[in-house]
Write a protein that binds this ligand. Structure first.
Ligand SMILES: NC(=O)c1ccc[n+]([C@@H]2O[C@H](COP(=O)([O-])OP(=O)(O)OC[C@H]3O[C@@H](n4cnc5c(N)ncnc54)[C@H](O)[C@@H]3O)[C@@H](O)[C@H]2O)c1
Length: 291
């Protein structure tokens, strides 16, 4: 589910005025690791490069990958705080695959606002540190133009905290998690009134289970058949899956994963659920899709 709210002329021009797109990131876990590694891995790609595996666009609206620069980072894991972002992305329990060495970026991970960021059963996994009152100032001082949120699913209060901090600091908010901000009319209005872009909610892998499930039901309907029902069971061994074993945190993720398939299938009899956390799978996700 992706909504783009008010990519207003004013805000867009503000971003385009600089040659770099300056990003802040909240939650330096697996997704942030892939993002920071990706910025390094694809830094030499330009308009003249041929199709590059892993990139949907070499050039996006005039911007290249090397135009994206991380300028601020927040986490609440004390083992990551104080480290350069290039080192923090390797700190446990983050377990995303390493595909490139990342040189020092001179961007320290700083303490953010904890709130409901950690599931109760994960509270003792690592020491925690927080400094909520500094977030707005850091966003302003760093020159960040947008904050990308990669918080764990179920971080309802923390997501709203960072969204508010963006409104206060005049920074765009890209919500990579299934908490409804860009798709909530009240929140959308707040960003619109301030002339600040807001996009989300949740990110999707390029060729992941959701898009594959959707493509399958679309194919069936396109070929003149009816989808009566379907289900998808996901298993994996990263912290996202561990967090999702807490059923209380799951509601928004279920909506975000199920709605696109319901929409494509033409029936509400669709179920998409993270079935379990299997540690030895590491950052590999397996989806069983039955249509
Ligand atoms: N991994 C994927 O392929 C994928 C795909 C789509 C969406 N997502 C969503 O993206 C989000 C991040 O996924 P991930 O795999 O990187 O998770 P992760 O658990 O690896 O990383 C989350 C990070 O957020 C930090 N954190 C927790 N509370 C915080 C707070 N209040 N402030 C700042 N940092 C905080 C944690 O310490 C951790 O470093 C999840 O909501 C997930 O559902 C992930």
């Amino acid at each position: 589910m992706t909504n783009f709210v008010n990519l207003s002329f004013h805000a867009t021009m503000r971003i385009m005025a600089d040659s770099k797109i300056k990003i802040a990131v909240a939650g330096i876990g697996n997704c942030a690791s892939s993002l920071i590694q990706g910025l390094e891995y694809y830094k030499d790609v330009d308009e003249k490069s041929s199709a590059v595996p892993g990139l949907m666009h070499n050039n996006f609206g005039g911007y290249l990958i090397r135009d994206i620069e991380a300028v601020a980072a927040f986490d609440i894991n004390a083992n990551k705080i104080g480290k350069d972002i290039s080192e923090a992305i390797w700190v446990s329990p983050t377990n995303s695959r390493k595909f490139i060495d990342v040189p020092k970026k001179n961007v320290k991970v700083l303490a953010g606002a904890l709130l409901d960021g950690i599931a109760p059963h994960m509270e003792n996994y690592f020491p925690r540190k927080e400094n909520a009152k500094n977030v707005v100032r850091i966003l302003r001082d760093s020159g960040a133009e947008m904050l990308i949120s990669f918080l764990p699913v179920g971080s309802r209060e923390a997501t709203r905290f960072y969204a508010n901090a963006c409104l206060e600091a005049g920074v765009a908010f890209i919500n990579g998690i299934p908490e409804f901000i860009a798709s909530d009319p009240e929140w959308a209005k707040k960003f619109e009134e301030r002339g600040i872009p807001c996009a989300g909610d949740d990110i999707q892998s390029q060729v992941g289970a959701t898009i594959l499930h959707r493509a399958l039901v679309e194919l069936i309907r396109e070929r003149g058949q009816t989808v009566l029902n379907s289900y998808q069971l996901d298993i994996g061994g990263n912290m996202d899956f561990d967090n999702l074993t807490d059923r209380n945190r799951l509601k928004s993720k279920k909506i975000s994963k199920t709605d696109p398939v319901i929409w494509a299938a033409g029936t509400k009899d669709i179920k998409v659920v993270p079935a379990d956390y299997i540690p030895h799978l590491g950052d590999k996700k397996i989806a069983y899709i039955i249509v």
